[in-house]
Design a protein around this ligand. Structure first.
Ligand SMILES: NC(=O)c1ccc[n+]([C@@H]2O[C@H](COP(=O)([O-])OP(=O)(O)OC[C@H]3O[C@@H](n4cnc5c(N)ncnc54)[C@H](OP(=O)(O)O)[C@@H]3O)[C@@H](O)[C@H]2O)c1
Length: 466
């Protein structure tokens, strides 16, 4: 039987894209799983002047594909309330406070509050401060702040943001969403490694290289303004890819709990081999697409300047300075307008001494399918078999993460220390790129990026694994 955690969830940016595409469906999934039942209410806030009824209609539309049960929808949406609110206006927090108190009593929410900032980060500090100064934080329930990337655009801006938030919220009250950490297969990397004998092979004696690919088929679409100031390096590598890398590379945590896991992740992020101008120029490839008749070139997007040098593709070779991973490259790549949409990790093992057979491989397919396959050599007409050893349904990443926040479980969230280490690794790459003119455009849409990304592995006598 599921025990419900009573909670009031206030969403700042309740009219926005993130709320409609991700949050309302995720909240509904928790409702269907009885994680939220009777004792919950949601306040959506934004400047638009919506009524509760109109807001409920928006929520209905957002969850329409998830159920046909009209009574279920009506019951669910009856828990949603809308409050027009400008986050810069202190007086508006009083109205929000009154509504919060009323709903707290009406639904018996035990003063538990989640504040989801589904808004641009430049508002985070103001909201956090006003929540405290206007006393929307309760003293006898839990108060948790949920924020979305980007967490700064370099180390110093991230540090400033962190200082601003921790002036109001305790570290253990801040949940930084990295939605890749909500994906079922990513959450299972620790199980895969530490609950199997596989861990005995998980080192440089047996592993030749590890490849992480986050391939996106779409272009920048309607997020061009944001993306052009960020690029693939900051939008995907700094957070998602380095988080995945840290789970793959970390030492076994002392205990299977949040504190031990995040310390293990942080440690490995701090052990990434420091980069120099020379190693950046050799080991990091950036790209920008153009050249297909049916796909607008990156620079032709009408929200992007015609001479933009922003990266829509990154490939890189990362090494780690510790005994476990000496000599083992982690190859990473991500980009827009690539040949297919998938997230995949390939672990390529070394070939046994004297063997001429193909190397063994373990593939962790994160999405679209969630499977693990292995390529092993057996005596048969076809020497290599690809065998799915596991396949399970993907739970929705946002639902996984929201459920964890409800339970106060911070395991699958990014700590400030991890973020700091990641930015310190990324900043020199961005700085080098900012001061060196790229030869853009350099890859065709619907391919796997520039030729230099292939050459990066060829040079080492390796290839990207499918
Ligand atoms: N969309 C995604 O899939 C996604 C994924 C990852 C991260 N993120 C991050 O999540 C955040 C939100 O993204 P989004 O795509 O949802 O943006 P969006 O669609 O532009 O939504 C922004 C929201 O902020 C509200 N808003 C703006 N100024 C306001 C003010 N002064 N007071 C109160 N509300 C205000 C807007 O509503 P009004 O205009 O009605 O005020 C709207 O609800 C961004 O930081 C983004 O980088 C988004």
């Amino acid at each position: 039987m599921t025990t419900e955690t009573p909670v009031l969830l206030t969403i700042f940016g309740g009219t926005g894209d993130l709320a409609q595409r991700k949050l309302y469906p995720a909240i509904f999934r928790l409702f269907q799983k009885h994680q939220l039942q009777q004792h919950f209410a949601v306040i959506g806030t934004a400047r638009r002047d919506w009524s509760h009824e109109y807001y409920r209609q928006v929520v209905r539309t957002a969850i329409a594909s998830l159920t046909n049960d009209a009574a279920e929808i009506t019951n669910f949406t009856s828990h949603f309330y809308y409050q027009s609110h400008d986050v810069n206006d202190v007086a508006h927090y009083q109205t929000l406070k009154s509504l919060s108190q009323r709903l707290d009593q009406q639904y018996r929410l035990r003063h538990n509050r989640l504040f989801y900032l589904a808004m641009a980060p430049n508002f985070f500090e103001t909201i956090a401060q006003h929540l405290k100064s206007e006393q929307l934080l309760t003293t006898d329930g839990f108060n948790r702040l949920i924020i979305e990337k980007p967490f700064g655009h370099n180390y110093s801006s991230a540090e400033k943001l962190n200082k601003a938030l921790t002036a109001t919220f305790r570290t253990d009250q801040i949940f930084r969403i990295d939605h890749y950490l909500g994906k079922s297969m990513i959450q299972n990397i620790t199980n895969l490694r530490f609950n199997n004998q596989l861990e005995a092979l998980w080192n440089h004696h047996f592993i030749d290289n590890i490849q992480i690919t986050l391939s996106e088929q779409l272009g920048v679409a309607d997020r061009a303004i944001y993306y052009d100031q960020s690029g693939a390096l900051r939008d995907m590598v700094q957070n998602h890819i380095l988080q995945i890398l840290s789970l793959l590379a970390m030492e076994q945590p002392a205990f299977n709990n949040h504190q031990s896991i995040t310390i293990a992740k942080q440690t490995v992020l701090e052990q990434l081999h420091p980069l120099t101008a020379h190693t950046i120029s050799q080991n990091f490839i950036r790209g920008q697409y153009a050249g297909a008749e049916h796909v607008k070139a990156y620079r032709q997007n009408n929200q992007i300047s015609a001479d933009s040098n922003n990266d829509s593709f990154v490939a890189g070779k990362i090494t780690i300075d510790n005994p476990r991973w000496q000599g083992v490259p982690f190859y990473i790549r991500t980009g827009k307008e690539l040949a297919a949409k998938y997230t995949r990790i390939n672990v390529q093992f070394r070939t046994p001494a004297g063997s001429t057979a193909p190397a063994n491989r373990l593939t962790i397919n994160v999405e679209p399918e969630a499977t693990i396959t292995s390529a092993l050599n057996i005596q048969s007409e076809r020497p290599t078999v690809l065998k799915p050893v596991s396949a399970f349904a993907q739970n929705d990443a946002y639902a996984n993460l929201l459920q964890a926040i409800l339970h106060g479980d911070a395991t699958h969230f990014t700590t400030w220390e991890e973020l700091a280490a990641a930015w310190k690794f990324i900043d020199p790459i961005q700085a080098y790129w900012d001061t060196h003119e790229p030869e853009f455009p350099n890859y065709q849409p619907q391919t796997m990026g520039p030729q230099a990304a292939t050459d990066l592995l060829t040079r080492d006598g390796r290839t990207w694994l499918d």
